[in-house]
Each structure stands twice: as structure tokens, then as C-alpha cells.
Design a protein around this ligand. Sequence first.
Ligand code: PLP
Length: 431
Amino acid sequence: MTTLSTRDRRVLWHPYTQEKTAPPPLGVKGGKGVWLELEDGRKILDGISSWWVNIHGHTNPFLNEALIQQAEKLEHVMFAGFTHEPAVELAEKLVGILPAGLDRVFYSDNGSTAVEVAMKMAYQYWQNLGENRSTFVALAHAYHGDTFGAMSASDSSAFTKPFRSLLFDVLRADPPTVPDDGLSQQFFCDTGLEAVLERNHRNIAAVIIEPMLQGAGGMQIWHSSYLEHVRELCDKYNILLIADEVLTGFGRTGKMFACEWADISPDIICLSKALTAGYLPLGVTAATNAVYFAFLSNDRAKTFFHGHSYTANPLACAVASASLDLFEREHCLGRVATINAKINHYLLPLLKLERVEDVRIIGGVGAVELKTQNDGYLSDIGPYLYKEFLSRDLLLRPLGNVIYFMPPYVITDAEMDWALGHIADVVTGLC
Ligand code: PLP
């Protein structure tokens, strides 16, 4: 019988994959909890929650049921001029748990579009108020997605290089990468943000950040006081603050939203990934009423002209809503604390190894940065480690020389011992 993998090779083109040199894709025939079952019967542990989306495990019965029930009522309706129960219910729930003041929910389709919407919203906000502000500020190591606005906000990398001449200029500042160890409350240094804002504030529409944890840029973790500092600067210079919580939202850093680490509210927040727990694509850009009111006018030109065919898809909204119920019911933040303790136990001792540059841990994320000749995403060690972990039935996808573990919250203690034990073993073997 022809395998899935062989049939795939004839007709498909995969994301972030050099099709000439990459091994054939693995055919997956099912998933249960943290395990994926391959077409040859092998089971592998999903140690990165399938690109950070799957928090309640694969084929979760509660979420399956929510999806089936919604499919029998309404699969989709356009969202201009119409509304429906799943969209309203999800927005009500989100407004109830988001940082204070984020009272308006705008739906889109994924993390990149959530960011794209946020940037367009911020840009037009100032125009509607009669001010032309033509630039944004973003941070070094930032990754905000693959559409053009999101790529412009992202730091230059292998991902954005081919498109550089098409990207718009964004002012950039260095974030300090000093993690919050709970001891040094005020430990940060402003590595340039204030100077950038002071010089350009009349022209800046918004500052965009990944609060506490910069993911694809190498799992860089900040101290929470820097987050507080960014909010204070945005207030001081009257600039909107966009928090891209596409990765950090829904418990990943140990708080429901990473902004809670500094008890701040951004003016706009971007959500996706764990929003639907890996079931369906959905993006949310939530804004304050102050932003929303700037679009209300008798002048129709001040409308926010953005939308997608699948905006607020009822199936996606229903499963996202069910995921929030499950979050409460399963005490997910407590699970993340347990994951954090396990990660600390296994990964911190690796710091003493010669080959290890750094170990960074926050909430349900643990990262080990290796010393290599060529750093960055294209470091040769990434594909080697990916293969090595897969040969041990563990799915990890290192970001170049940065190995990270970010499992679904349903992972058991025994499964963590097993997976983290393999990580420690592989890293020790490199030294
Ligand atoms: N923003 C952040 C912080 C992300 O980590 C990502 C994806 O990794 C995105 C935006 C883009 O999300 P998506 O891949 O759903 O377009």
C-alpha cells in the first residue's frame, strides 16, 4: 500500500520546510492526549503542543463534543451584518478574563492576521483622530508572524530576509533578557526603548511586544519589570501598546495572560494558537473602547475596513469557548505550575554543562540554548537534534541551537519524566 508520506510527496508543499533536503513528512493517523500515532503504528510524544496550539491534548472528548454540537446548528455565516451565539459567547468570556479595559473583540483567522489587524487598527486609530503617525516600534528578537505587516514588525531573520525590500521600516529597540527570578524586583535596564520613543513619539502609532516571552526569536524571557516599564513609557509618550499574546496567552507563561506578570493592560492584544486548543484556526484582536470609539463616526470612511471570509467562524468560536470552560474545569494554571516544577528539576542542572549557553524557563516552557559555531535558526544542530529526538519518539523542533519543551497541559508526571529525561540525556551526550 502506498504510504501517506509517499502520496504527500507527489502533491504537497509544507511550511518552513526545505523540500529538497528534508526527510519525508511523517504520516499521522491519530492523536490521543499528548501522543500522536503514526501510520506505521509508532507513537510519539508531542513535546511542543503541535506548534504551541494544543493545550488540552489531541482529540479531547469535551472539545470534540462542542464541535459536533455546533456543526449540527450552524457551520458558518458571514460576519458583516450578522452575528451568532458562539461569537458573542466567546467574546463575552474573553472580555471577562482579559486584562482590564480590553472590551472589544475583533475576530480573524490566525496569529499573523491577529497582529496584522492590530497594526492596521493602531495605524488608522491615529488617522481617525486627525494625526498621521507612520511608524511602529518593535523589539529585537521579535517574531509576529508571516504576513507583510507582521514580518515588518518581526526582527530580521532567515524568515524575513527574502522579502526585506518589501517590508516597511519599523523602529527597533533591544529588550533586556533578564528573567524574573522573583528576587530582583526592579532589575532591568532600558536598552534603548526610551530613547527611540523620546525622539520619534509624534510619529509612532504603537509599540508592539511579545510580553515576557519572545518565542520564535529563540525563547527569550524578560523580567516582568521591563513590561511595566514599556507600559509606563507608552503612557508617558501617548503611544498605543500592542501585546502580541499569540503564544503567551491562555496560561503558557503561568498566568492566564503574560501581561498579568506586571499587572498591566495593553491597548490592543493579539490572541490565537491555544485559543482553540489546536482545533481550528482563529485569531482575536481585542482593543479598549478608547480605540473602538475612534472608529465610530457618521463618516463611513472612518470604518475599519478589514475582514476575512471566515471571520468569527462559529465552529472555531464554539470550540474556543469550550476550551475556556475546560481551562477552569481542569485547573490548567495548576497544571502549568506542575510542568514548571518538572522543567526546573530536569533542565536547570544542565546549566553546568560546558556545551550549554543558557537555560530559560517560564511557566510551561523550558528552553536550553546550546553553544554552537553558527547561532540562529539555520544552525546545523537544529535538524540533527530534531532527528535525534524523533528517534526517541519525542517530537521537539529546536529553533536552531535552542531546544525547547512546551507540552500540552494534560501531560502526566510520568510522561514529563520520560520526555525531560530524554532531553537531559541528549544534551549531556553532546558535551
Ligand atoms: N505572534 C507570535 C508571538 C507568534 O509566536 C506567532 C507564531 O508563532 C505568530 C504571531 C503568528 O501566528 P500564526 O502562525 O498563527 O500566523
